[in-house]
Design a protein around this ligand. Structure first.
Ligand SMILES: [Fe+2]
Length: 195
């Protein structure tokens, strides 16, 4: 480093640097070029390699008082890319993606994920829980019933990047101890009823 190289670029929002990092625009270009619905492994690798700057996130970084806020970045026949913004304590209902694969990258904050399963009578019960820190990427198999949220004890906002294939259609929602399944169409869940 030269002696006068004292001006540092702005710190990225998403601090995990990888050699193959790509910008949000480059990710969208790659999604636009997909010829088929990608596998879950491909979704994971796409999100592992993305490096979001403050500039990338600015158009999508806004929050709401009630539910988390959803912002669509890109959607075509094969994939859907969303940015979600969560205040502490905001979380999804328990849900699955009705056959879509999903991958999530934590861009800012701490995400709690709770996994559920159905017993022999199709009643829902708790299975396990995981925590994801900034830079973490998690993929949801099919079927995968889960709940995501920004824990109320985090003390900070959370921003997450979500990639689904095929694009989200109907979502199924669940309740612990019940076999009842709720179904939400796109226009019903677009603003915080599930992801
Ligand atoms: Fe989900």
């Amino acid at each position: 480093m030269s002696a006068n190289a004292t001006v540092m670029p702005p710190a990225p929002v998403d601090s995990e640097q990888t050699p193959q990092s790509r910008s949000l625009a480059a990710l969208v270009d790659e999604l636009r070029g997909l010829a088929a619905v990608p596998s879950l492994e491909k979704l994971d690798s796409l999100l592992e390699g993305v490096q979001l700057s403050e500039e990338d996130l600015r158009p999508y970084r806004s929050f709401k008082a009630g539910n988390y806020a959803r912002h669509r970045v890109f959607r075509n026949a094969h994939v859907e890319l969303l940015v979600l913004c969560w205040r502490p304590g905001q979380r999804t209902p328990i849900h699955d993606h009705n056959g879509s694969h999903g991958a999530v990258r934590v861009c800012e904050g701490v995400m709690w994920e709770t996994i559920f399963e159905q017993d022999a009578q199709s009643q829902l019960r708790y299975k396990s829980a995981r925590q994801w820190l900034t830079g973490g990427v998690t993929g949801a198999e099919v079927p995968d019933i889960h709940q995501l949220g920004n824990p109320d004890v985090s003390g900070q906002d959370m921003v997450t990047l979500h990639l689904y294939a095929p694009p989200l259609g109907v979502l199924n929602t669940y309740k612990v101890g019940s076999a009842e399944v709720g179904r939400y169409s796109l226009d019903q869940f677009i603003d915080g009823a599930g992801i």
